[in-house]
Design a protein around this ligand. Sequence first.
Ligand code: HEC
Length: 158
Amino acid sequence: MKLGVLLIVIMSFFACSEDKPSAQGEWIVGEEKEKITTIETQFRGFDMTMVETGYRYQELYWAGQDENWEYAQYQIQKIRKTINYGLQRRPKRSESAQHFLDVSLPEMERAIDLKDTVEFDNSFNLFTNACNNCHTKEQVPFFSVQTPTIRQSPIRLK
Ligand code: HEC
């Protein structure tokens, strides 16, 4: 009798786990693992981190030229954030990014806090070198970053 009850409990457990509905999106479908792989692929790798960094780097430069220090602070924070997220996706890039994150980025932040255009420009040159150093370390020296010359941003002080 006891064994019968136990069997029913075990059978109903398996029945439940088979019926367990698996949430499917419009196009994120399949087994759990497949769905996670789809999401990870769509998040992309370090390339999108760098597209964002390239944009924010330009914005940072023009913010400094405008002496729009709040906007400059905003952009440097987002550069830190996007690179950290990118390294979470591509940890093998971490070693090359270490000097940039520990030294170059804090130095740029310090210059922004000084609210001084000369300090800003000097640090921005070093910051640019730091971008290129990582590109060399990562064997992509053809991404040669240079100080922006043309302004595309719609964000500017009157
Ligand atoms: C981890 C070190 C690292 C740092 C720090 C770094 N980059 Fe990159 N960057 C890369 C790598 C690696 C690629 C190539 C990405 C790929 O192949 O997926 C790249 C590519 C780029 C690209 C091309 C992106 C594209 O797909 O069109 C731009 C623009 C760029 N970086 C700008 C910058 C700027 C500006 C800085 C500094 C503020 C910077 N990078 C700092 C590693 C770095």
